[in-house]
Design a protein around this ligand. Structure first.
Ligand SMILES: Cc1cc2nc3c(=O)[nH]c(=O)nc-3n(C[C@H](O)[C@H](O)[C@H](O)COP(=O)(O)OP(=O)(O)OC[C@H]3O[C@@H](n4cnc5c(N)ncnc54)[C@H](O)[C@@H]3O)c2cc1C
Length: 415
């Protein structure tokens, strides 16, 4: 190790403590690394990553959380998905994916982001070797001798820290990625997701619904208290209109689109809107830089893959760093582990982006012939178990190379 490197105080500095950045800090903590996590917000209802949204977690994600020791704090509010029901408004085609048919306890679990965030931050409070710097606004990042600097503002004064590796986990508009000169492409879908919690006449019975309509898809996810979380995708101007409706009119319009599978829709809570786009960074790494989560890619929520993929970024990065360290590498920002991380993530991301973007395009196309094929496709899909297995494997997050943490194997154990 060079003299300059010996004075670098941190091995890894993570910019952004959202769901992915906080998970990464916990994954790295047992490796004996010196870690800093710099986050602009403090956990709570106003935190941008831990809001009232609900997230569908793949089984692989749950295994990562178990490995990190935070699942027990999430479990009591987690709802298992026993069945997924996919339908197309005005068509007879429907597809059902059954956990038991696949030999699984659940196809995944639904949790409010607020619960996931609170459990992760409680874990950070007791993790060894992690310095949490919050609230602090990251202002920039640049290379220095054997290190990368992370500049930030805290309590009105400008500060900086040096780390062998800086991780950009600062979301879709990542300042750290941009300042490192790694570009990103954005394609706006001209769609907005309207989210809310609803009370239904009939119990959801642990079924997640995905319903495609001419106006856009509706996802209805089962929640622990018997209510359901909805993600209703509309064109931006239509989203603005339904957000402004009173509760009764909103429920009536949602009922027309969703139907009566859950009986009458009785109540709706606060509604929120999220403009949707596909974003993709030009690379997953730079010099002494790794990019994870929404800073690397942000997806349409149609297939519930964004966080699951982002968490695999964190689990894969922790794994390549653990393996490099076990092989004697003392520099967490060395080029070889970063290259391995980059290759791994390119492949996983390519598959998930193609799958998610393909679904958006298939179900966003109003042409009759596409609708007809779509309907036939859904019917064929229900009658064709291997196709269902492939989709549910994807929904449980087990396609391609799976990180050890997502298989429940701690990184401190030999491979
Ligand atoms: C409507 C909707 C539904 C979704 N449903 C699902 C689902 O069911 N399943 C699924 O897998 N995914 C889902 N997703 C995607 C998922 O929410 C995201 O992929 C995930 O939240 C990304 O987490 P992140 O930590 O990478 O980024 P973010 O949540 O954006 O966190 C970034 C963090 O960085 C911090 N930060 C930013 N800039 C700075 C700065 N300059 N200084 C310091 N800190 C900074 C922010 O405060 C924030 O805490 C959904 C998304 C939407 C919009």
């Amino acid at each position: 190790m060079s003299e300059a490197a010996a004075t670098v105080p941190y091995d890894v500095a993570i910019a952004g403590g959202g769901l992915v950045g906080a998970s990464l800090a916990l994954a790295l903590a047992p490796l004996g690394l010196r870690i800093a996590l710099v986050e602009a917000a403090v956990p709570g209802a106003a935190h941008p990553s831990f809001d009232e949204r609900t997230t569908a977690l793949a089984n692989g994600t749950v295994r990562v959380f178990r490995s990190l020791g935070v699942w027990r704090d999430m479990e009591r509010e987690a709802t298992p998905i026993r069945r997924i029901h996919v339908s197309d408004q005005g068509r007879f085609g429907s597809a059902r994916i059954d956990a038991a048919e696949q030999g699984l306890e659940a196809l995944g679990y639904v949790l409010p982001n607020r619960v996931i965030g609170a459990a992760l931050w409680a874990g950070l409070g007791t993790a060894s070797g992690v310095d949490v710097v919050a609230p602090a606004q990251v202002a920039g990042s640049e290379l220095a001798a054997d290190a990368r600097l992370l500049r930030f503002e805290r309590e009105g004064s400008a500060k900086a820290l040096a780390a062998r590796l800086v991780v950009a986990a600062d979301g879709v508009a990542s300042l750290v990625r941009e300042q490192a000169g790694v570009g990103a492409e954005h394609w706006a879908y001209e769609q907005t997701a309207v989210t809310a919690t609803i009370t239904t006449q009939r119990f959801h019975d642990h079924v997640a619904y995905e319903r495609f309509t001419a106006e856009g898809p509706i996802a209805v996810l089962p929640l622990a208290d018997g209510r359901c979380g909805i993600v209703w995708t509309r064109r931006p101007e239509e989203a603005g209109r339904v957000l402004a409706l009173d509760d009764a009119a909103f429920l009536a319009e949602l009922q027309r689109a969703f139907g009566f599978r859950l009986g009458r829709l009785l109540r709706v809570g606060a509604r929120h809107a999220y403009p949707l786009a596909l974003s993709r960074s030009a690379a997953h790494t730079g010099e002494r830089l790794a990019i994870v989560g929404n800073a690397a890619q942000s997806l349409h929520p149609i297939a519930g893959q964004g966080f699951n993929l982002g968490l695999r970024d964190a689990a894969s990065l922790a794994e390549v760093l653990a393996d490099a360290r076990a092989a004697g590498e003392t520099d967490a920002g060395a080029a070889a582990p970063l290259a391995a991380y980059s290759r791994w993530r390119e492949e996983d991301r390519r598959g998930i982006v193609a799958f998610t973007d393909g679904l958006v395009r298939l179900f966003g196309n109003p042409l009759g012939v596409v609708r007809g094929l779509r309907s036939a496709g859904l019917l064929a899909f229900d009658a064709f178990p291997p196709a269902k297995s492939a989709l549910s494997r994807l929904s449980v997050g087990a396609a391609g190379r799976v990180p050890r943490l997502a298989r429940g194997v701690p990184l401190t154990e030999a491979r």
